[in-house]
Structures are given as C-alpha cells and as structure tokens.
Design a protein around this ligand. Structure first.
Ligand code: SF4
Length: 276
C-alpha cells in the first residue's frame, strides 16, 4: 500500500513552510499520484506507483493559469499575501513538457496581481533536467531556485535518489543510469548559469540490509567537496518530516542538524540554514 502525502489540487495552500514562509504551491503533476524520474527513499509522496504516464495526466498551462488566478483573487480578498509561489507537488515539476510556458505564465499572473512586490517565485527541483535549454531558461525566470543534492558519492546518490531508468512521460524517456549520471549531474550543477540553493535531506538508516548515512565520515567529507565545486549561493539542510517509504530511516535530532549546518559555515560556506 502506498501511503504518501499528496497535493490534491493544482494550487495548494498557502501553508506555513519550514523553509519558504507562507507558500502557495503549484503542482504541475497529477493530483492523485506521483510522477517522478527519481524514487527517493524519503519521498513524502511514497514510492512511485507508475513508471509510464501520458502527458494528458498533467494539468495544462490554461488549467494552471485559471486555478492560480482564482486562488490569488480569493487570497487578495482575504488580505493574505503568500511569501512564495512555489513549484513543487506530486513529483518533479521540470518533467512537465510545457514547464517553460507554465513558469512564464505563472510569473506573469503573479506580477500582475502583485505589481509592486511580487512573492518569490520558487522552484524545488531534483536537478536532473537542468542540462536542457528549455528547463534552464524556465528556471531562470524563477527568483529562488532550489536544487537537490543528497550525496557526495555516486553509490550513496544511487541508493538515496534511485534514478528510474526506463521511466517514461509522454515522449520523454529516462535513459540515464544512476551509476553514471552522478558525475554528469555535478557537471551540470557546476555549469548552471543562475544563482541557486542546494537542498539536502540529511538522515541515516538502513535500506535493503545496508547502512546508509549522508551525515558523517567519508560521505560527509565528499559532500563538502562537491559543494565547494558547485558553489551554490545558499544551502538548505533539512531533516525528515513525514513518514518515509523506506521504513528504517532515522530523523536527525535538532542539535545534530544544527551541528552539520555549523560545520558547513566553519568550512566557509555562506547562507547555510538548517530546518528541523
Ligand atoms: S525528487 Fe522529490 S518527488 Fe521525486 S522521488 Fe525524490 S523527493 Fe519524491
């Protein structure tokens, strides 16, 4: 049974986010299940249940624009202003085939409703598609780009994020393999032309009979070297929040999480935040 937490509408919230303040979510994926080319051990949506989908399962640019306009109108009448309009939801937002058109339209609507001080336009992405021109251009329209990096070594990356070779959405098929994609991912992060924040979920635990720990030892040292190479302008460390599909994962305590953030600051990284 898959017991994930789902966004049941295109526009969700606003909710008080640990990291983004009052955040209005824009879900570009189906409202009933997750679509992602990763299947992370900790994904709050649960394990992937589909590995092949057609694009008619996704909301159109028009659907998204209408839902957002209606929601912002209601919020304005209630005198509520989100601090962030956030592309997140039931999977990886950059997989949407019209991602660039969606971001462009959402930005236009947000700037029309709040011409003087629009909320941040945030995207939470797993970074697998930043090598594509259209995705990079779309991300460049956002004001806060948050990209995932959970591991300092290819082995831990493969075990945590579980890139789904063979995943298909419409005409797009994931042909990359986790063992070889890790170095490409880092090269794309190094070459990414816009300022971005790295988000990292820190945890330890056991999966398939092997221990897993991205918080300590050689793995943590390798992670720091990767960060130094990709030079994000900020780092968001966070801990487990909801039930995880892999059952034997352990949440770091608040002091442990804060100690990792402090270790990064001491190593010279700027804008490091820990969210418990
Ligand atoms: S990238 Fe995000 S949506 Fe995809 S499996 Fe990982 S946590 Fe879930």
């Amino acid at each position: 049974m898959n017991t994930g937490f789902f966004h049941h509408q295109i526009i969700t919230g606003p909710i008080r986010s640990r990291r983004l303040g009052l955040s209005l979510g824009v879900n570009l994926l189906p409202v009933s299940h997750k679509i992602c080319n990763y299947d992370c051990l900790y994904c709050e949506c649960g394990w992937n249940t589909v590995n092949t989908a057609e694009t008619d399962a996704l909301p159109t640019v028009k659907d998204i624009a209408e839902a957002l306009s209606a929601k912002l109108q209601i919020l304005k009448e209630e005198n509520v202003k989100p601090e962030s309009v956030t592309f997140s939801g039931n999977g990886e937002p950059t997989l949407h085939p019209d991602f660039k058109a969606v971001v462009s339209e959402v930005r236009r609507i947000v700037e029309t409703v709040y011409p003087d001080a629009p909320p941040a336009l945030t995207v939470l992405s797993n970074a697998t598609r930043i090598g594509r021109d259209d995705v990079r251009d779309a991300l460049g329209l956002c004001t806060r780009i948050v990209l995932k990096l959970d591991a300092g070594t290819p082995d831990t990356y493969a075990r945590i994020n579980r890139l789904q070779t063979g995943f298909r959405l419409g005409a797009y098929e994931e042909r990359l393999r986790p063992e070889t994609f890790y170095e490409s991912l880092l090269a794309q992060l190094r070459a990414f032309p816009y300022p971005f924040i790295v988000q990292t979920l820190l945890f330890r635990g056991e999966y398939e009979g092997r221990m897993l720990d991205n918080t300590d030892g050689a793995e943590w040292e390798a992670y720091k070297r990767r960060l130094a190479a990709i030079r994000p302008y900020g780092i968001m460390l966070y801990g487990l929040d909801r039930e995880t599909p892999a059952r034997k994962l352990q949440k770091l305590s608040k002091p442990e999480l804060e100690a990792r953030a402090e270790a990064l600051r001491m190593a010279g990284f700027k804008n490091v935040q820990a969210y418990f």
